[in-house]
Every structure is written in C-alpha cells, then in structure tokens.
Design a protein around this ligand. Structure first.
Ligand code: IMP
Ligand code: MG
Length: 192
C-alpha cells in the first residue's frame, strides 16, 4: 500500500475495514440516477409523483436523490424493521410506521438503501401494489446479488456490491455509522 492509502486507512474509525464507495463516486452515481428518473417521469404533476423512502437506511440517499430530480414530486416515508440489532435476517418484515400520503392513483417510487435477501422490497411491492398506485417502481442504491433469496425487480440501481456488511451514507450496524459520508465495509469481527 502506498503512503496516501496508508494514511487514509489510519483516518478511518476502528471498526471500518475499507472504503467501498467514496463520496465523489456516490455523488456521481446518484446524480446519474436522478437524471434517468427525471427523464422517465418528465411532464408529471407534483401531486402525482411520490417518493417513498424506507426508514431509516434510505434517509440520506433520498435527500440527495430528491434534490437532484428536475421533475416535481412529493416525499413520504415508511418505517420497517427486518433485522434486530445484528446482521442476520429471518425474512420477517414488520411495519413500524405507514406512509401519510395516499398511494392510490399515484406514481410511486420506492427509495431503498440496499437490497440483500430481497424480503423487504418484496414486502413493499405487495403492500403498495394492493393499494392500486398508477405505477410502482424502485430506486435502490446498493444490491448484494450473492445474497438474494427472493426475486424482486429494481428499476433504478446505484451499485452492485460484494457480500460484506456496509455502513455509512444512511446505512447502519446496530444504529451506528449512519452519518459517515462514504460507504464502507465493516470489519467482519464487528458483526460475526
Ligand atoms: P433484505 O430484506 O434482506 O433485502 O434486507 C434489506 C434491509 O436489510 C435493508 O433495507 C437494510 O436495512 C438491511 N441491510 C442489509 N444489508 C445491509 C448492510 O450491508 N448494511 C446495512 N444494512 C443492511
Ligand atoms: Mg433498509
């Protein structure tokens, strides 16, 4: 490792293994996703287009994506829980808080931080589909294809990543590390 990388590594919090996606890389990709979404929803009315962020992990992604959109839209949130305080899944998804806005007849874009087994997004698809939206799509920042257990379509994707536990840019481990500006791999000893 050269000196600069050595120095970068020393600046990281102790539990962080390495930076997977730095700030500039995330920013560029989110901008590109926003351009694509804006083009696809061109001409839409503000009250018809609703971004639904999945709390808590998507709050930073949603904030950045939303501010880059050039089409009018509204923002709402839903809170789910699938994991307790560890990096394990049961496939069981629970709703903690529902959206405030009406989904029926609106164009819905689910904004999710990361697709792992796929159970969370699958649950959301079923939930919103039953409410008869005008359309239903997903914008997902990260996906771990190796971990997929159920098939779910992603309309707008940020990055494919390897099977490591990542934190930062909204993503957490036991509610920590959410506000790191980059996306980093946690040291395996922290979560295993
Ligand atoms: P799924 O239902 O297995 O697809 O899990 C999706 C949810 O698990 C995401 O919305 C995240 O909250 C969480 N998750 C999965 N992998 C990670 C990770 O590497 N870091 C942080 N959260 C994760
Ligand atoms: Mg999440």
């Amino acid at each position: 490792m050269n000196e600069k990388n050595e120095q970068k590594k020393l600046d990281l919090p102790d539990s962080i293994d390495y930076v997977l996606l730095d700030e500039a890389t995330i920013k560029a990709q989110v901008r590109q996703m926003a351009e694509e979404i804006s083009a696809d929803y061109e001409g839409i009315h503000n009250e018809d287009f609703l971004l639904i962020g999945v709390l808590k992990g998507s709050f930073i992604f949603l904030a950045d994506l939303s501010r880059r959109l050039t089409v009018p839209h509204r923002v709402d949130f839903i809170a789910l829980s699938s994991y307790a305080d560890k990096a394990e899944t049961t496939g069981a998804v629970r709703m903690i808080m529902d959206t405030r806005a009406d989904v029926a007849g609106r164009h819905i874009l689910i904004v999710e931080d990361i697709l792992d087994t796929g159970y969370t997004l699958k649950y959301l698809y079923r939930l919103f589909d039953a409410r008869q939206p005008a359309s239903l799509r997903t914008a997902v920042l990260l996906t771990k294809p190796d971990r997929r257990e159920v098939d779910v379509p992603i309309d707008y994707l940020g990055f494919e990543i390897p099977n490591v536990w990542v934190v930062g840019y909204g993503l957490d481990y036991a509610d920590r590390f959410r506000t790191l500006p980059y996306i980093a791999a946690l040291k395996p000893r922290v979560y295993s």
